[in-house]
Design a protein around this ligand. Structure first.
Ligand SMILES: [Fe+2]
Length: 293
């Protein structure tokens, strides 16, 4: 969908020498009670040059997703979006499903200047920001158990993702994942210097150790991205999906879960995160006159 080697150098010098911050959020779930108002109230720039990462699960309906991104892009100098599983949901009565829905969302984002995993990678404060879309392939499971058995065992324990009825009937998700991994690794291979990797699903399995229901890992990533953070120079990996907003260091790389989550989840953590200036999460700040390295 896009040319291969493509880091957009032009975007970096656009701050007019003022302090600016790259913020990150995910899992806004604006259709959930109170979430849209909270996003309006709390996801705001501090300075006019600030950028915002939105790491998936804005909502389910195309119009709601694009309206939310439009409103954020009117506030921030640059918005970067990657899809989550909820963006890919559809019903049988919908006109577009899965991959076509993704393409529709990408077009909508591009028409309003929101960057997607199909666009040249922008640079911020000397780092290449890499929006990614890699899905999952059920490979975070016991290697001695087949995918089918792992999924049916999860179902037996009462763990079934909505993805199974809202994505899986319309596309072979592991195959799509495999293609996305190939596309992403080819583009990453052209990048040099420090990176910030952005993906809805986590990239390393360690962060799933906090899951209350370990079966959720089946829908949460792929073993094939395990070495990417180190291999592709990541300082920070921004992800969401698990609704467990924590920072985990793995092999010297900071993995930050930046979800808002559903009302009961955010009510447990949001106040503390706001007090500690961790919501929205400040990924990078560039001060006035600072040379980006
Ligand atoms: Fe979510």
């Amino acid at each position: 969908m896009v040319s291969e080697s493509d880091v957009d150098e032009s975007a970096e010098t656009d701050n007019g020498g003022r302090r600016r911050t790259l913020w990150a959020v995910s899992d806004l779930h604006v259709a959930a009670r109170g979430n849209r108002d909270l996003v309006d109230l709390t996801v705001r720039p501090e300075n006019p040059g600030d950028w915002l990462i939105v790491a998936g699960d804005v909502a389910e309906r195309t119009s709601t997703i694009l309206d939310t991104l439009r409103s954020l892009s009117e506030k921030f100098a640059q918005v970067i979006w990657v899809p989550g599983n909820h963006e890919l949901f559809s019903r049988s009565s919908d006109e577009v499903h899965a991959a076509q829905k993704y393409e529709e969302l990408v077009k909508g984002c591009q028409s309003m200047g929101v960057l997607t995993p199909e666009d040249p990678y922008p640079r911020f404060a000397g780092r290449t920001i890499v929006p990614m879309f890699t899905l999952y392939d059920h490979s975070w499971r016991d290697p001695l158990v087949t995918v089918e058995r792992a999924l049916s065992a999860a179902e037996g324990n009462g763990v079934v993702f909505t993805d199974q009825v809202a994505i899986a009937p319309y596309v072979d998700v592991p195959l799509w994942c495999q293609r996305r991994l190939g596309y992403t690794v080819r583009r990453l291979s052209t990048v040099s210097g420090p990176t910030v990797l952005v993906n809805h699903w986590p990239l390393v399995r360690e962060v799933t150790a906090r899951l209350r229901l370990p079966e959720v890992a089946l829908w949460s990533g792929s073993r094939h991205t395990q070495d990417w953070p180190v291999r592709f120079g990541a300082e920070t990996v921004i992800y969401g999906h698990l609704h467990i907003p924590v920072v985990t260091e793995v092999e010297g790389v900071r993995h930050v879960e930046v979800s808002l989550g559903y009302p009961r989840e955010r009510e447990r953590t949001l106040e503390q995160r706001r007090e500690r200036n961790l919501w929205p999460y400040p990924v990078l700040t560039e001060s006035a006159g600072e040379e980006a390295g």
